[in-house]
Design a protein around this ligand. Sequence first.
Ligand code: MCN
Ligand code: CUN
Length: 786
Amino acid sequence: MSTTEERPIGFGRLKRKEDARFIRGQGRYVDDVQLPGMLHGAVLRSPYAHARIVSIDVSAAQQHPKVHAVLTGRDLDGLGLAWMPTLSMDTQAVLATDKVRFQGQEVAFVIADDRYAARDALELIDVDYEPLPVVVNARRALDADAPVIRDDLEGKADNRIFDWEAGDRAATDAVFARADVVVSEEMLYPRVHPAPMETCGAVADYDAVEGSLTLWSTTQAPHAHRTLFALVARLPEQKIRVIAPDIGGGFGNKVGIYPGYVCAVVGSIVTGRPVKWMEDRSENLMATSFARDYVMRGSIAATRDGRILAVRVDVIADHGAFNATAQPTKYPAGFFHVFTGSYELEAAHCAVTGVYTNKAPGGVAYACSFRVTEAVYLVERMVDLLARELDADPAQLRLANLIRPDRFPYEAKTGWVYDSGDYETALRKALEMAGYEQLRAEQAERRERGELMGIGLGFFTEAVGAGPRKHMDILGLGMADAAELRVHPTGKAQLGISVQTQGQGHETTFAQIVAQELGIPPEDVEVVHGDTDRTPFGLGTYGSRSTPVSGAAAAVVARKVRDKARVVASAMLEVSADDLEWERGRWFVRGDPDQGATIQEIAMAAHGTVELPKGVEAGLDSETVYDPPNLTFPFGAYLCVVDVDPGTGKVTVRRFVAVDDCGTRINPIIIEGQVHGGLADGVGMALMELIAFDEDGNCLGGSLMDYLIPTALEVPDWETGFTVTPSPHHPIGAKGIGESATVGSPPAIVNAVVDALRPYGVRHVDMPCTPSRVWEAMQGRGAPPQ
Ligand code: MCN
Ligand code: CUN
């Protein structure tokens, strides 16, 4: 590889700037923050999934020599802080007052000299619980005789949170009525957890003299958190500074505000000292934002010759004890309405019912694109079931029904307008990379020998980059993002952004965007983020929105700088601005290329003594707020090959081919990293990961011994490819990539598992396809191969 390729000016395979500190172990995370006089907090959690709190006695804990304060719900109630708003406009107990509603719920907060003393003192708190009947099954929670979980909500006599639908029910029924073939299946997208390497935590430092709060926290959205803290704690927003230092993975887990953060803030106010709270692994798995938990019944209608006509879905969405899912206000089921997938349909309808259960709240997180994950899984499983019913090849069936390139921008039956796509090319590329025909031949041969080889396909269309702000808000905050670009006299630049990397490499790719637009080296662009005092307002990172929204803002602000540089250059060169032409890094006089000025020269002049036209201010600094006109719709074609051990049911992923299209590619190394990580997530969810509960609501996935996440041993060497279909409305044509592979890979894997089990007549296996589940499916249904 040539040096210019290694160190591109703009887009290209630039090594990650941030890795200079990460590979040296010099990252600075929340738990690395040490302040003079800092105290440590620990949370007492409920052992019960549902119980009335009769009494809480904290006197013994308060007498512990190292304890400074103990907070309970009653103390917070006095401050009006016992309950906080959730991102879904519900309320969540910060510390339980009346009842506990899930195992692991926060009941008390101890503040002590060190974290060990704080933990020890938790054991001195005496809580008298009166256990109540528990409901952890979402369907059961809707029964008339189910225990009512949210009796704190006035007039609430059941566990129903919302009923929401999209599409046209009557039109869909009509198409189903005349279809030759209808296939239906019930499937569960089980409860899983993002399980980032770094758990959640915060350090709160309240300065009583200044009346100001500095909060270091593991957050994906520092500005939104600051506004929420201002509203929750009723502190003036200008006196709050939220700092997100390095974040050790988020995957959606760090979007919301957890009770521990609020307790750390109150703890600092009460003790007058900085307070650190860091949860441990079990707390993270048991009490913070889980993902999925969708019970789905899907039906697909088609003609006998394989034209897909309509899809219909009914969902029961388990949101746990508090409705704390993070998603735009208008969309209680997130972006589930992309369940029409990548296919041209005549009609579609979905109905989603949200329910409370005695489980931890949260419910979107884990690289989900606001429920696109569940939608894509459903439609891709349905297409495979249809192929089976029609005895059609799943690749051919998809090729025949994918939305064709000339149909874009394509309005889906649920109202989304997909910006751009060339689906067929992506799928053909994946089939070719995999050697699909040969794989099918090999499978036939192996089946003869009694071997269980499966080939699974999955095609997905993602919907990422929320807003536009007129359609999308979180708690009333419109989903737009600002960028601020300062250009110093020497031509070096500093870009302030509102989104927050948790490992996605923004310090590199955002510098590349500015470098591309201004023609200066990416090393000359410092990206500032993760500090509300140093960056402009915006809604933060989730739903792969950084590139589609904030990345667009970075390009727009760089173009503003470029436009201003043109005016300055015209003054420098004493020609009309209209006579100047741009080439990378420099304005020059049309027809006289030697007469020109580089951005660096222009920056110096802009800060110098050159006389600027009337009304033009010195300097090149600019800012912008970007309100995206639409979402971007990345897509991809995935193919998975598995082998199933007929004796044990163990699934091995032998090959995985992933062709992704995220529009214009800023940094292919980072994109590949995002895809590799997302594919590993997919293997985890499809085969291993599960947060399960027993009948009493005990969480059975509360440690990494029980909650299995994939390692290098469980994943194959990924075979990645790409196509490039730019977004027509994004300034640089880029779409998101951060969640694509997590969204797209589970259906390909499950389709492969079910395909492998075809000789046994197995129609469906719910995730995770663990050896015992697969083995049971093999025993339960159909006969073993002859
Ligand atoms: N990128 C690019 N070219 C494109 C699109 C993206 O080079 N056409 C680059 C971006 O500039 C960025 C990265 O790829 O550096 C991811 O970009 P994007 O798709 O915009 O996603 P976000 O930056 O908004 O990241 C969020 C997304 C989400 S929502 C989850 S969840 C997730 C994910 O990213 N969490 C992650 N990837 C993760 N990766 C790591 N290491 N850690 C997490 O917590
Ligand atoms: Cu849904 S997990 Mo990501 O959007 O932070």
